[in-house]
Design a protein around this ligand. Structure first.
Ligand code: PA5
Length: 463
């Protein structure tokens, strides 16, 4: 029932570009200060597992939706922190092929986090809206992608309900801020059912709130265990000594490496079910730690570049670069202590050197040997590698893993002296998109953008 962290491969003896244990120990006071500041003001997302009223609301709503017996599809409309945790959780915990062949009594889950007309157009054309429940998730209620999707979904659902607005509304749940934002006003005025994105919980730290947990309830996942996993990490990390805090040591090592010319942080998931966890991690690490200003208001342009890799697949696309290319990366290998099932490699049907060594072996052995093979190749090249082991792929361990990375991210922000909980760069992009779409109040910004494009010297090619 543990999340195990092996940092051994992060450190060298000084003969390569890895940190030494001594240089790491010397930097510990910096990390201790960051942890102390964090503990003095524990963020609200860290205790979402204690908010039983939020969990009850998700469960009750899911029961209400499912009891009607007319929901085969559950669709999340949202983007960024309002979507990635859902995708990560479903791909990690739902039966692998649920998307094609739903489990008895559970709807197929789709997370639509883009506005590509080919994708969305075909989706709404093919998926029967009279068998669908839609969860629109937006904390701000002002994100242009989600607003557009909401309108499109409403149009199709209303049509499927023969123009009956009450019936159409019953096919929606809106997950948004309890007080602020455009969606709040719409829901209050028109009577949409809402779930709460709690105050003080930003998008990328919201997976344990109704943002993730309503989807989990709808998909029939074990929400109590997800929360129990998060609670255990929360408790363990509060109680342990700072020098034994795994999230703190993980954060410190990565921030030190970033400062010493290794800003690329590769999350190498050796479990296909965890491939979208790496996407969730990418947002968490990038959006939280990539900042123009530090807490003192100085311009610093800091931040690591997270990269996703999936073992063994990406060994055949990225490992060449990792082993022999620039030494600017730190690697986190994710492994499972035990896969959910075993697949034996059958007796070879023909005698061949290609098959001989596979006789009597199984796929989890192969996956782990592939991982170790890549680890050793990286270590032989002096590249820093650490390993995170989830004992198995279940709700409890996933909850642990979400919580571990969230806390590590918060610590990392403290260590480098930036605010990990804001995202002014994302807001800038959101505002520009609103201005370009002609949103009222953004006329000045639209003019500035037009001027920026006009001022560029053209350099266009085609072939
Ligand atoms: O982590 C974040 O804050 C962002 O990625 C948001 O989740 C994302 O921009 C979507 O915002 P909203 O939930 O307000 O629509």
């Amino acid at each position: 029932m543990a999340l195990n962290l092996d940092l051994s491969g992060l450190f060298g003896d000084g003969s390569d570009a890895r940190l030494t244990r001594k240089s790491f120990s010397d930097a510990l006071p910096r990390a201790f200060a960051a942890r102390e500041a964090h503990m003095a003001n524990i963020p609200k997302w860290r205790t979402l597992h204690e908010r039983t009223e939020l969990q009850d609301a998700c469960r009750e709503r899911a029961v209400e939706v499912k009891v009607r017996g007319d929901v085969d599809y559950f669709v999340v409309l949202g983007i960024g922190g309002s979507a990635l945790g859902n995708t990560a959780m479903i791909s990690a915990l739902a039966p692998v092929y649920q998307e094609w062949s739903p489990e008895e009594g559970q709807p197929r889950v789709f997370v639509l986090d883009n506005v590509d007309p080919d994708w969305l157009g075909e989706f709404f054309e093919k998926v029967p809206m009279d068998r669908t429940h839609i969860n629109v998730i937006s904390k701000s209620g002002g994100t242009i992608e989600t607003s557009s999707e909401f309108l499109i979904a409403w149009h199709h659902v209303l049509a499927a309900c023969g123009g009956d607005e009450t019936a159409a509304r019953a096919r929606f749940t809106i997950t948004t801020d309890p007080v602020n934002g455009h969606f709040r006003g719409i829901c209050d005025d028109l009577g949409f059912f809402t779930l709460e994105v709690p105050d003080g919980v930003g998008g990328r730290f919201s997976v344990m709130s109704p943002v993730g947990m309503f989807t989990a309830e709808m998909a029939g996942l074990d929400v109590a265990s997800i929360h129990a996993g998060a609670a255990r990490v929360d408790k363990k990390l509060r109680e342990c000594a700072p020098e034994e805090d795994p999230a703190l040591l993980y954060a410190l090592s990565h921030m030190l490496y970033m400062e010493q010319g290794k800003p690329v942080h590769v999350h190498f998931a050796y479990a296909h079910r965890l491939r979208y966890m790496a996407d969730w991690y990418k947002q968490l690490w990038a959006e939280s730690l990539g900042k123009r200003h530090n807490l003192a208001g100085e311009t610093v342009h800091l931040g690591p570049t997270p990269v996703k890799a999936v073992g063994a697949t990406d060994q055949h696309s990225q490992t060449q670069l990792y082993v022999e290319g620039p030494d600017d990366k730190v690697y986190t290998m994710l492994k499972l202590g035990k896969f959910g099932r075993e697949v034996e490699i059958p007796e070879p049907f023909v005698k061949s050197p290609a098959f001989e060594h596979l006789k009597g072996r199984n796929l989890s052995e192969l996956m782990e040997q592939e991982r170790q093979g890549t680890e050793v190749a990286l270590l032989d090249s002096g590249r820093p590698v650490c390993v995170i082991e989830l004992c198995k792929m279940d709700a409890f361990h996933l909850g642990q893993y979400f919580q571990f990375l969230q806390i590590a991210t918060a610590y990392a922000g403290g260590i480098i002296g930036i605010d990990p909980f804001d995202q002014p760069g994302v807001e800038a992009g959101k505002i520009a998109a609103l201005a370009l779409m002609g949103c009222k109040g953004f006329e000045q910004r639209a003019k500035e953008i037009a001027a920026t494009f006009a001022a560029r010297e053209e350099f266009k090619l085609s072939c």
